[in-house]
Design a protein around this ligand. Structure first.
Ligand SMILES: C[S@@+](CC[C@H](N)C(=O)[O-])C[C@H]1O[C@@H](n2cnc3c(N)ncnc32)[C@H](O)[C@@H]1O
Length: 206
């Protein structure tokens, strides 16, 4: 779901850009990089994290968002970075081949997606074996999500079950490299780095 005007102001604020960069720098420390890395950021919003990655790492960055206006603004602001591509795309139906990316980043996106489980399945599909998911999410309980949906000014907050997330990664052979769950008054903030284990086929090909 696209963000409402108020949330967009917040997401595009200098505070939010700084917060995203600080988080990206911290979580990318857990990734063991190959010489050249293909990154993808889902729900890139203001594009700051993708721009930082494109300037800092060897490889390519594909940054997607469902919001046309965010993507248009990002394309204008990043014309000099030849290894960075912004695209309009939906996280639940990614326009990429299986096993396309070495590192996928997703910060604060799934709680905007009705049926976020499909987005997780898509992440699993397009991530290479041995690749990393660098992930952060706001976890709202069902009660807050229901209240939000009944409100006239709904932010489209979907409830996320942290155990369901963990079950997904366990049953799809992801190793948890790092995780942190912090509670606040109405929600929890979850950050994690997962590594997708190599499958037999990719070990044979190595
Ligand atoms: C709360 S913002 C977070 C933006 C950025 N990742 C950050 O941390 O500042 C959520 C972003 O996810 C995008 N989004 C929501 N649903 C999406 C979907 N189905 N596919 C792709 N992007 C989506 C929104 O347009 C928005 O830019």
């Amino acid at each position: 779901m696209k963000m409402l005007g108020f949330e967009k102001l917040l997401v595009n604020s200098p505070w939010s850009k700084k917060r995203g960069l600080t988080l990206a720098k911290k979580l990318l420390e857990f990734v063991e990089f190959e010489e050249k890395t293909d990154f993808m950021e889902i729900g890139c919003g203001n594009g700051e994290v993708s721009k930082y990655i494109a300037k800092t790492y060897m490889g390519t960055v594909t940054a997607i968002d469902i919001d046309t206006r965010q993507i248009d603004a990002n394309i204008l602001a990043a014309t000099k970075l030849t290894n960075l591509k912004f695209m309009i795309a939906d996280a639940v139906n990614l326009p990429f081949k299986d096993e396309s990316f070495d590192v996928i980043i997703s910060f604060g996106v799934l709680h905007h997606i009705d049926g976020w489980q499909k987005a997780l399945a898509e992440i699993n599909r397009v991530l290479k074996p041995g690749g990393y998911l660098v992930y952060a999410e706001v976890i709202y309980p069902e009660s807050i999500s229901s209240m939000d949906k009944m409100s006239r000014f709904s932010f489209g907050l979907e409830a996320i079950d942290i155990d369901e997330i963990q079950n997904f990664f366990d049953s799809n052979s992801f190793e948890k490299i790092h995780s942190l769950l912090e509670k606040s008054l109405v929600c929890q903030n979850y950050e994690a780095v997962y590594k997708k284990r190599l499958n037999i086929q990719s070990v044979i090909e190595l």
